[in-house]
Design a protein around this ligand. Structure first.
Ligand SMILES: *Cc1c(COP(=O)(O)O)cnc(C)c1O
Length: 420
C-alpha cells in the first residue's frame, strides 16, 4: 500500500462535504440542466483540474517565472496556449485569468485609464455586467455608454451603436452577450470601432465552444481582443482566456500578471489544455452542431405551444422566453420548473416592465443536455413538460409527476464526468 492509499479519503475526513458533493452529482444526474452558461466537463477534464497542480505557485509566464520548480508547469501552460491558438486560429492567448470577469477586467486594464469612455450592450438587453453595467466596477470606474436592442425585433441596434460611438468616442467597445439568442455580427462592430478609433473587444464567454467548432462566426482576426470563459459551451474547467493580435500580447500579459492577479491556477490550466484537445476532435464539432440543432427544435416546439420567444427564435445555444402572454412571472416559472426537474433561470427580457429580481423572462439553453447525448425526441418531450408546468406552476402533484418522468428520461442519458 502506498502513502496516498493510507491517507484518509474525503468521506472519512469530511463526510459532510463528501455527502454534499454526492448530492450535487445526483442533482446533476436526475435533472435536466438548461442554464445556458452551464455544462458537464469530461472525466478527463475533471481529473486534470483536480490534480496536484493546485499545489504549485508559478507567478509569471513560461521561462519568466518568479519561483523555481516550473519545469512541468511551463510545459502544461505552453501546451494549453498552443492548442488554443491552433484551435481558434489566434496569434496569442493568455490562459491565466481566474474566470470570465477577471479576463474582462484585464482588458480594461490593458487599454483604458480610469474614467475613459467605454461601450457595451446593456444588461437588460442581454449584455454582461462587466461590459460597463452600473452596479459593476466597470460601470463605476469607467464612463460607460450602454447600447441596446431594437424595439421592433430585439436585435442589436447598430444605428444606436454608431450614434453613441460617434458621440462619446469610446476607448474600448465590447461586443458579447449573455442572453442574446442570435448570431453576433462582429464585422459590423469592427466597422464602427474603426470609424471612432476604439479598441474592439469580443466577449465570447457563452459561445466559445460554438466558435471553436465553426458553428458560430469567429471574431478572431476581426476584434483586437477576444475574451472567454472556459466552462460554458467550451466544456472546460472554470476559467478565463484572452486571445489577441500579436501587437497586444505584451499589454494583455502585463494586465493579467502583475496587473490584476498573482499565481495562475495551474490545475485549471491543465484542465483547459485537456478541454482544448477535446474541442479539436471531430466529435466536438458534432456536439456543437447538435447544441444548435437542439436549440432550434426546442425553440420551434415551444413556439408551437404559444410561447413568446425573444427575437422569434434562436441561432445559437440559448432561448429567451417572454412569459408575459402566459401570465406567469419568470421567477414563478423557474421555481416550478426546478421542482419538476427542469432547471433554467429567470431573466429580464428587453424592455422588461418588471424588476430584474422578478422579471418577465426565462432563459434556457441546450449545452448541458446535449453533452448527455440528448436529441430531437428529448427536445420535444422537454417542450411538452415545460408547457404543462408553466400552465400550472402551483400544481404540486403535476410537478412531482413531471419530475418523475424527467428522472426516468435522464436515466437513459448518463452525463459525462459523473460515475454511474
Ligand atoms: C459568463 C460571462 C462572463 C463572466 O464569467 P464568470 O466566469 O462568471 O466571471 C463574462 N462575459 C459574458 C458574456 C458571460 O456570459
Amino acid at each position: 500500500m502506498n502513502e496516498s492509499n493510507r491517507e484518509p479519503t474525503l468521506s472519512v475526513v469530511d463526510p459532510t462535504i463528501a455527502q454534499l458533493i454526492a448530492d450535487e452529482e445526483r442533482r446533476e444526474t436526475v435533472k435536466l440542466r438548461l442554464i445556458p452558461s452551464e455544462n458537464y466537463v469530461s472525466r478527463a477534464v475533471l481529473e486534470a483540474s483536480g490534480s496536484v497542480l493546485t499545489n504549485k505557485y508559478s507567478e509569471g509566464y513560461a521561462n519568466k517565472r518568479y519561483y523555481e520548480g516550473q519545469q512541468i508547469v511551463d510545459e502544461i501552460e505552453n501546451l494549453a496556449c498552443s492548442r488554443l491558438c491552433e484551435l481558434f486560429g489566434a496569434d496569442h492567448v493568455n490562459v491565466q485569468p481566474y474566470s470570465g470577469s477577471p479576463a474582462n477586467l484585464a482588458v480594461y486594464f490593458a487599454f483604458c485609464q480610469p474614467h475613459d469612455p467605454i461601450m457595451g450592450l446593456g444588461l437588460p438587453a442581454g449584455g454582461h455586467l462587466t461590459h460597463g453595467w452600473n452596479v459593476s466596477i466597470t460601470g463605476k470606474y469607467f464612463q460607460s455608454h450602454a447600447y441596446g436592442v431594437r424595439k421592433e425585433d430585439h436585435r442589436i441596434d447598430f444605428a444606436e451603436v454608431r450614434a453613441l460611438a460617434k458621440e462619446h468616442k469610446p476607448k474600448l467597445m465590447w461586443c458579447g452577450t449573455t442572453a442574446y439568442p442570435r448570431i453576433l455580427e462582429f464585422d459590423k462592430f469592427r466597422e464602427i470601432a474603426d470609424e471612432v478609433g476604439a479598441v474592439l473587444a469580443a466577449d465570447i464567454a457563452h459561445i466559445s465552444g460554438l466558435v471553436a467548432a465553426g458553428v458560430h462566426p469567429s471574431p478572431i482576426g476581426i476584434a483586437d481582443v477576444v475574451t472567454s470563459t472556459t466552462h460554458k459551451t467550451f466544456r472546460g474547467p472554470r476559467g478565463g482566456m484572452i486571445f489577441c493580435k500579436k501587437e497586444h500580447a505584451k499589454a494583455i500579459n502585463r494586465a493579467v500578471f502583475p496587473g490584476l492577479q498573482g499565481g495562475p491556477h495551474n490545475h485549471v490550466t491543465a484542465g483547459i489544455a485537456v478541454a482544448a484537445k477535446e474541442a479539436s476532435m471531430p466529435e466536438f464539432k458534432t456536439y456543437a452542431q447538435n447544441v444548435v440543432d437542439n436549440a432550434k427544435v426546442l425553440a420551434e416546439a415551444l413556439a408551437g405551444k404559444g410561447f413568446d420567444l425573444v427575437t422569434g427564435g434562436t441561432d445559437n445555444h440559448l432561448i429567451l422566453l417572454d412569459l408575459t402572454p402566459k401570465n406567469v412571472p419568470g421567477k414563478v416559472a423557474a421555481q416550478a420548473l426546478d421542482k419538476a426537474g427542469i432547471v433554467g433561470n429567470y431573466n429580464s427580457v428587453p424592455f422588461d416592465p418588471r424588476k430584474p429580481f422578478d422579471p418577465s423572462g426565462l432563459r434556457i439553453g441546450t449545452p448541458a443536455i446535449t453533452s448527455r447525448g440528448m436529441g430531437k425526441d428529448e427536445m420535444l418531450k422537454l417542450a411538452d413538460w415545460m408547457d404543462r408546468v408553466v400552465a400550472a406552476p402551483d400544481d404540486d402533484a403535476l410537478l412531482t409527476q413531471v419530475a418523475r418522468e424527467v428522472e426516468e428520461l435522464c436515466r437513459s442519458f448518463p452525463p459525462p464526468g459523473i460515475p454511474a
